[in-house]
Each structure stands twice: as structure tokens, then as C-alpha cells.
Ligand binder design. Structure first.
Ligand code: ADP
Ligand code: MG
Length: 227
């Protein structure tokens, strides 16, 4: 027990250090970003618009990494409640549809008759968003529909995200969920690591079914047993 407590305390210390560091790094970044925006409006810098935009984009990227890393390293207790997963998906629908429309794609809902499960709604919302964003990004070149489905299967509630992208090659598949692993120019490589961590905290399983016609991420939640 003492060891457990020590381990928990050091985990918390890491989380707190990450939070302080994020704060310390963000302040100077705000200053840099502010000046870059001022410069980009000045006629003296008219020939440097491309470079200035690139610098601003890189700052955005750093911000994104910090935000996701912070979420990943947080060690808050999960707030487990009996929740209807379909309700969470429906509440996210406008947001993910906006993302899809911006990418000229569509989101299809196929929500089944499922019992409520014990989940931390905030974390599951994040997991869904991360999988949806990956699915939409996977369809950059090919594919139109991203389908979010729920169904009951024996002792599990299953949630799937199916895209019509190119699929995941073997060498990438082997690295899924490794923090900072990304194949994208502007990726952080933290989306799936966060998903796996959240699933782990829920004793949920994530499976991946992929082919050249697209990829399905499958998340299985245990149904609580009748008392
Ligand atoms: P990021 O999206 O920032 O790259 P993620 O952890 O979300 O980081 O994903 C890691 C990598 O897994 C991606 O760069 C991509 O190569 C691959 N990947 C994830 N989801 C999909 C998908 N639906 N289709 C194809 N590749 C995917
Ligand atoms: Mg991602």
C-alpha cells in the first residue's frame, strides 16, 4: 500500500508539473503569437506573409500538443456514472457534423437500442471526438461517410466509428496508441494514446478492423450486471 501511495503521489507530481509547465510555456507563446499577428498586418512584412503564417501555424501546433499532453497526463479520478451512450453521441452530433461539413464529408448515425453503462461522460466525449477526427482525416483523399454506430452485444455495449479511408498499413498499425506517433504533417500523435488511456480507465477494449476500403475502430464497454 505504501508503495502504491508513493507511486500515485509521484504520478500526481508528474501531472502537476506538466500543468505548471504548460502554463509557463503558454504565456511567452501568447506574446510571440500577438507580435506575429501585428507583423503580418504591416506593409513592411508584405513579402513574408507565407513565413508569418507558417510561424503562426507552428505555434498553433505547439498549443495543441500542450493541450493534448496535459489531458493525457492528468490524473484526475474518473467520474463514473450510469449514462446512455446514445445521448452523448447525439449531443456531439452538431459539433462533429460541423467538422465533417468543413471537410466536405458527412456523419451518419446508426444508434441501436442499448442499455446505459458506467462511464465518465467527459472522457468518453473526448474519445469519440478523437476517433471521429481521425476518421475524417483518414478520408482526406478518398471516402465520404463516417458512420457512428452503437449496438448491444451479449455482455457489452459496442460503439464503432467506421470511415471510408485508405486503411491503416501494418507498420502504422503496430504503432497505434504510442504517444507522439503520427504519420500526419500536423499531427500530434496523442489522439489515440488518449483514447487507449480512457478505454483502459473504463475497462473497455478498443479493436481495429482495417482494410483498403476503410477502418473501423470498435470500443466495447461492459454492461453492468443486474443486482
Ligand atoms: P494524429 O491524428 O495526431 O496523427 P493519433 O494518435 O490520433 O495522432 O493517430 C496516430 C496515427 O494513427 C495517425 O497519424 C494515422 O497514421 C493513424 N490513424 C489513426 N486513425 C486512423 C484511421 N481512422 N485511418 C487511418 N489511419 C489512422
Ligand atoms: Mg488524431
Amino acid at each position: 500500500l505504501e508503495q502504491d501511495v508513493a507511486r500515485l503521489e509521484s504520478l500526481n507530481a508528474v501531472g502537476q508539473m506538466a500543468a505548471s509547465m504548460a502554463h509557463e510555456v503558454r504565456n511567452p507563446m501568447t506574446t510571440i503569437s500577438g507580435y506575429l499577428q501585428i507583423f503580418s498586418r504591416k506593409k513592411e512584412f508584405v513579402n513574408y506573409q507565407g513565413q508569418l503564417n507558417q510561424l503562426l501555424a507552428e505555434l498553433d501546433r505547439i498549443n495543441q500538443i500542450i493541450k493534448e499532453y496535459l489531458a493525457l497526463s492528468q490524473n484526475k479520478m474518473a467520474d463514473m456514472r450510469l449514462v446512455q451512450l446514445n445521448t452523448i453521441i447525439e449531443s456531439l452530433y452538431p459539433l462533429v457534423t460541423a467538422d465533417a461539413v468543413a471537410a466536405c464529408k458527412e456523419i451518419v448515425l446508426d444508434l441501436g437500442d442499448i442499455p446505459a453503462v458506467y462511464i465518465d461522460a467527459k472522457e468518453i466525449r473526448q474519445l469519440i471526438l478523437n476517433l471521429v477526427r481521425n476518421g475524417l482525416e483518414a478520408m482526406d483523399d478518398t471516402g465520404y461517410s463516417l458512420t457512428l454506430r452503437t449496438y448491444a452485444d451479449n455482455d457489452a455495449v459496442v460503439f464503432t466509428v467506421r470511415d471510408q479511408g485508405k486503411g491503416i498499413p501494418q507498420n502504422v498499425l503496430a504503432n497505434l496508441g504510442r504517444p507522439f506517433f503520427t504519420t500526419k504533417q500536423n499531427g500530434t500523435g496523442l489522439g489515440l494514446a488518449t483514447c487507449y488511456r480512457i478505454a483502459n480507465r473504463h475497462q473497455a477494449k478498443i479493436e481495429v478492423d482495417t482494410s483498403s476500403r476503410g477502418t473501423t475502430f470498435i470500443v466495447r464497454f461492459k454492461i453492468p450486471k443486474e443486482i
